[in-house]
Design a binder for this molecule. Structure first.
Ligand SMILES: *Cc1c(COP(=O)(O)O)cnc(C)c1O
Length: 382
C-alpha cells in the first residue's frame, strides 16, 4: 500500500464553497475574504486583526515592511527554517542574522541570538517549528531588552497554544500563518497576517493591494465612486481571492478536528517508535498544545543505519517522507551571502544530518502509521 507524504483533507464542503463563489459574480478579495478574516480573528479568541494574503511569504514581507525594516537593518532568523522566513528580509534590503536552535525543541536559541546580536538588529523572527509553540514570554523579554520588533513565523502553528495563549495572540508585532497546500489548514495558496496593532494592520491592508487607499470591493460596492482612489505607496499584489477564502472558511471550521487527528497520529507514532535508536519529537509543555504540522524523527548516531538509508527503505516500501530542513547556512545563496565557519551552527547541523519527516495528516489511517512504524523497526534492526 502506497502512503504519500501528505493527502490534503478537502471535502465536499470546500468544493461547494468554491462553486458558490464562482457563481456569485465576485471572485477576488471581497465578502468571503472579509468573512474569513473575521472568523480567523474570532478563532484566535479576538483582540487581533487578521489580514488575508496570497501566501505566508507575502504576510511576512508585509509585516516587516509595516515595521519599517529596510537597508542598514538586520533581522534575526533561525537557520533551521524554510527560506521564506529569511528571504523577505532581503526583499527589503535588510540583512539576515542566522542563529542556531535549541537541541531539544528546534526553536530559536536565545543564548545564541544574544551572541550574534549587532547594533543593526531591529527585529527577530521566531519560527514555531513543526507546530511546537515557542516560549513567547522569553522571546518577548529578550526583544524588549534589546529593542527588537517581533514577527512570528507561525506557518506550522495553527492551532497551537502556549501558557494558555493561542499562537497569534502574543504581544508580538505580527504573527503570520500559512495556508499552503500541505499546511495544517489550506486555501491552496494563502496566508494570514495577524496583529493587535491597528497601524500595522492598516499598512498591511494598503500594501497588499498596490498601496491603494481603498479596497476593490469597497470601490465596487459604493455606487458612483468606483473610479476614485489614491495611491499612497508603491505596494504589492498580495491580496487573497474570495475563491481561496471560501476554502479557508470551511477549513478553519475543521481546524480543531484536524489538530485532534494530528495529535492522535503523533501519539500513535510516539507509542510505536519508543525504545528504538530514534529521537522523537516532544509534545508541547503543560498548559500548551502542539499543532503537529510535522512529525520529524531523528536517527540516533548509535543506530545501525543512517538517515539517508532509512529514507531509502521507506521509499522502497512506497512510503513518502521529507526532510525539514537543510539549514539556510547550507543553502547556496545564504552560504555565499553570509559565509560562516564550519561548526558555527552545531545544533542545526546535527539535527539536519539525522532528521527525516514522516507522513502526518488528518486522514492518515492507524494501519498506515503501523505500516510505517513496522518498516522503520525492521530497517533499524538490519
Ligand atoms: C510554508 C512556510 C512558509 C511560507 O508559506 P507560504 O504560504 O508558502 O508562503 C514560511 N515559513 C515556514 C516555516 C514555512 O514552512
Amino acid at each position: 500500500m502506497h502512503i504519500p507524504f501528505f493527502r490534503p483533507p478537502i471535502g465536499d464542503e470546500e468544493i461547494s464553497a468554491v462553486t458558490e463563489v464562482l457563481r456569485s459574480g465576485w471572485l477576488t478579495t471581497g465578502p468571503k475574504t472579509a468573512q474569513f478574516e473575521r472568523e480567523f480573528s474570532a478563532f484566535l479568541g479576538g483582540g487581533v486583526e487578521s489580514v488575508a494574503v496570497n501566501s505566508a511569504t507575502a504576510g511576512l514581507h508585509l509585516a516587516l515592511e509595516a515595521l519599517g525594516i529596510g537597508p542598514g537593518d538586520a533581522v534575526i532568523v533561525p537557520t533551521l527554517t524554510f527560506t521564506a522566513t529569511a528571504e523577505v528580509v532581503r526583499y527589503l534590503g535588510a540583512e539576515v542574522v542566522l542563529a542556531d536552535v535549541d537541541p531539544d525543541t528546534q526553536l530559536l536559541d536565545l543564548e545564541d541570538c544574544r551572541k550574534r546580536l549587532t547594533a543593526n538588529c531591529k527585529a527577530i523572527m521566531p519560527v514555531h517549528f513543526a507546530g511546537m509553540p515557542c516560549d513567547m514570554t522569553r522571546i518577548l523579554e529578550f526583544a524588549r531588552a534589546y529593542g527588537l520588533k517581533v514577527v512570528e513565523d507561525a506557518a506550522h502553528a495553527l492551532p497551537a497554544h502556549r501558557d494558555g495563549r493561542m499562537v497569534g495572540t502574543f504581544d508580538s508585532d505580527a504573527c503570520i500563518f500559512s495556508f499552503y497546500a500541505n499546511k495544517t489548514i489550506t486555501t491552496g495558496e494563502g496566508g494570514m497576517l495577524v496583529t493587535s496593532s491597528p497601524a500595522i494592520a492598516a499598512r498591511a491592508r494598503t500594501m497588499r493591494t498596490h498601496g491603494i487607499n481603498r479596497d476593490a470591493f469597497d470601490r465596487f460596492r459604493k455606487v458612483g465612486a468606483s473610479w476614485d482612489y489614491d495611491i499612497v505607496a508603491p505596494g504589492f499584489k498580495y491580496n487573497m481571492t474570495d475563491i481561496a477564502a471560501a476554502i479557508g472558511v470551511v477549513q478553519l471550521s475543521k481546524a480543531r478536528d484536524f489538530q485532534a487527528a494530528r495529535q492522535a497520529a503523533a501519539e500513535r507514532y510516539i507509542a510505536k517508535l519508543s525504545n528504538l535508536p530514534l529521537k522523537l519529537p516532544r509534545n508541547a509543555p503543560p498548559g500548551s498544545s502542539h499543532a503537529w504540522h510535522l512529525f520529524p524523527i531523528r536517527v540516533s548516531p548509535e543506530a545501525d543505519i543512517t538517515r539517508d538509508e532509512l529514507i531509502d527503505a521507506l521509499n522502497k516500501s512506497g512510503i513518502g517522507s521529507s526532510v525539514h530542513y537543510r539549514p539556510l547556512h547550507r543553502m547556496k545563496y545564504w552560504r555565499e551571502r553570509y559565509p560562516s565557519k564550519q561548526g558555527s551552527f552545531p545544533v542545526a547541523d546535527d539535527y539536519f544530518e539525522q532528521t527525516l519527516t514522516l507522513p502526518l495528516f488528518p486522514g492518515i489511517l492507524d494501519a498506515e502509521i503501523d505500516q510505517i512504524c513496522n518498516v522503520i523497526k525492521t530497517s533499524l534492526r538490519k
